[in-house]
Design a protein around this ligand. Structure first.
Ligand code: CP
Length: 312
């Protein structure tokens, strides 16, 4: 594997999950694999889990790590081909990505969508430019429309937490005060479509995800009905896709409560706003597996880095 930018870069999800679980049991097993190799982590947006877990994963493999908050610390980067750069941008991605490739053996990039320009967001302008102009492998640490490290993590976490052959997994939209991207929900959906699970999405009117992504997946408007007999409930807010980037629903009646989720295991990618997305009683209960889920971010990233290093 050269790049990891999409859930579809996973050729066989069951073998990847098994490998990640094996890595988790013995995380330093391959600590010579990344010797003298450098991972560059480039953040256009904030992060806690992705930044620390990807760094930890690289260290477990013996890699060196360089981290840069691109938006705050680098020159303003231009992504338009043929741009007349007489405005705020000082460096074109053509030079930027090529230069970073001189210092790093692998580049990982986080760049969120604008949520104002659907076409531009769906073109994955930032991630695609790095893939095009970098001369080393590129990993997505959440792009405009996908979060494949999170999706892989979630698949690992569900597998570890079930003994059922085909558990019922529900992705439920949840309230939020801000307009959030679709990336986590998209990659979770794509990961579940690759797994042996009974997968259902529930969201209010106006919040259907991109139908190209949800095709063949059951969508139920009634949250209570969708949550019935769930083994896993994954809560996530996203802004409207059809009325692109808008917040259409401002009340909190889709917030997850103990009564709603029953005995299901609760998942969320974090960070999560308590008592807006989900009630304290859910997050603080034994059935919440959000911390274990966050821990698995390390092993998802480590598996991806391992596969890339083995291919170099
Ligand atoms: N889940 C996740 O990607 O967390 P961060 O935004 O903190 O990296």
């Amino acid at each position: 594997m050269k790049n990891y930018t999409h859930i579809n870069d996973i050729d066989d999800i069951n073998s990847w999950i098994a490998e990640a679980i094996a890595l988790k049991k013995n995380p330093l097993k391959d600590n010579a694999l990344g010797k003298n190799k450098t991972l560059g982590l480039l953040f256009f947006n904030s992060s806690l889990r992705t930044r620390l877990s990807t760094q930890k994963a690289a260290l477990n493999l013996g890699m060196n790590v360089i981290v840069m908050n691109v938006s705050g610390d680098a020159w303003g980067i231009e992504f338009e081909d043929g741009a007349i750069m007489n405005g705020t941008t000082a460096e074109h991605i053509k030079e930027g990505a090529a230069v970073i490739s001189q210092y790093c053996d692998v580049i990982a990039v986080r760049a969120f969508p604008s949520l104002t320009d659907k076409e531009k967001d769906e073109s994955e302008q930032v991630l695609s430019a790095f893939v095009k102009y970098a001369t080393v492998p590129v990993i997505s640490m959440e792009s405009a429309i996908g979060h494949p490290l999170q999706g892989l993590t979630d698949a690992i976490t569900i597998t570890e937490n079930t003994s059922k052959k085909r558990p019922k997994v529900v992705l439920t939209w949840a309230p939020h005060i801000k307009a959030l991207p679709h990336a986590v929900a998209n990659s979770f959906t794509q990961a579940m479509q690759k797994m042996e699970v009974d997968f259902v999405i529930t969201n209010p009117e106006g919040y259907d995800l991109n139908p190209e992504i949800t095709k063949n997946t059951t969508i139920i408007r009634n949250q209570e009905e969708a949550l019935k007999n769930a083994d896993f409930v994954y809560a996530k807010n996203w802004s409207s896709y059809t009325e692109y980037g808008k917040v259409l629903k401002t009340d909190f009646d889709w917030m997850l409560t103990k009564e709603k989720i029953g005995n299901a295991k609760f998942m969320h990618c974090l960070p999560v706003r308590r008592n807006v997305v989900v009630a304290d009683e859910v997050l603080d209960a034994d059935n919440s597996i959000v911390i274990e889920q966050a821990n698995n971010r390390t092993f998802a990233a480590q598996l991806v880095l391992k596969k890339i290093l083995e291919n170099m």
